[in-house]
Design a protein around this ligand. Structure first.
Ligand code: AP5
Length: 224
């Protein structure tokens, strides 16, 4: 490894562990971790035009319009560090985004898109998301119930402040889960029909989930 030229997608509901696993896969296979949620939050923080459109939608737990997200993703994929492939966390999220990703991968001559379907019981998600804390500097992910930092509110790895994402409230989480069911879950059938979907048991502990994913990705053929 690394397998050159693959687009790896983590598909799963909010709280499935996409971000947690994407960070690990990116590190293991030396691929960039592309999180559309992080890109949008960065635009909000910089108060860009895109950020001003995205902010109220994200606060309500709704998806940002496809054309905005697709443009943002295509700009990112065109960067030289994506030449050998990348790991998507939170994209695609609609059938239109999946179709566009196929077009973009053809344009940039990426190999087969590889989709890891993080399968998890819905009842776990509220607890995972309300308990999540994220490091302000490096985006390292903690959980006050299951993976607390050594010192409350401080990242073990870089000492920066841990924050609670504003959309991790019960009300907004419910909206995000509903949006997933309505708009994103159909992608599992879309990729299954293309024989690109690999199910992953995302109920297991994070280290076991990483091992399952590595077993799948280590068996992937590099594109010719
Ligand atoms: P985004 O930032 O993508 O959020 P999300 O999809 O809701 O996913 P999360 O980041 O909440 O969860 P995750 O699966 O990454 O879980 P994590 O690893 O952190 O999107 C936010 C918003 O942006 C959307 O609502 C939308 O408005 C907009 N947006 C983004 N992309 C878009 C797109 N493509 N199109 C349109 N709009 C878009 O883990 C969660 C918690 O669980 C952590 O505390 C972690 O420590 C814990 N945990 C993880 N794995 C395990 C495990 N195996 N066992 C126990 N605990 C675990």
């Amino acid at each position: 490894m690394p397998r050159l030229g693959h687009a790896v997608i983590l598909l799963g509901p909010p709280g499935a562990g996409k971000g947690t696993q994407a960070q690990r896969i990116a590190e293991r296979y030396h691929l960039p971790h592309l999180s559309t949620g992080d890109m949008l939050r960065d635009n909000i923080q910089r108060d860009t035009e895109l950020g001003r459109i995205a902010k109220p939608l994200m606060e309500r737990g709704e998806l940002v319009p496809d054309d905005i997200v697709i443009r943002m993703v295509e700009d990112r994929i065109a960067q030289p560090d994506c030449r050998n492939g990348f790991v998507f966390d939170g994209f695609p999220r609609t059938l239109a985004q999946a179709d566009d990703l196929e077009r973009i991968c053809e344009k940039y001559k990426f190999g087969v898109t590889f989709v890891l379907h993080m399968v998890v019981d819905k009842d776990l998600l509220m607890r995972r998301l309300t308990g999540r804390r994220i490091c302000k500097a490096g985006g390292h992910i903690y959980n006050v119930y299951d993976r607390p930092p050594k010192q409350e509110g401080i990242c073990d790895l870089d000492g920066s402040e841990l924050i609670h994402r504003p959309d991790d409230t019960e009300r907004v989480i419910s909206e995000r889960l509903a949006a997933y069911e309505r708009q994103t879950r159909p992608l599992a059938d879309y990729y299954r029909a293309r024989k690109q979907l690999s199910p992953v048991d995302a109920m297991a502990g994070a280290d076991d989930v990483t091992s399952s994913i590595a077993k799948i990705l280590d068996g992937v053929e590099a594109p010719r």
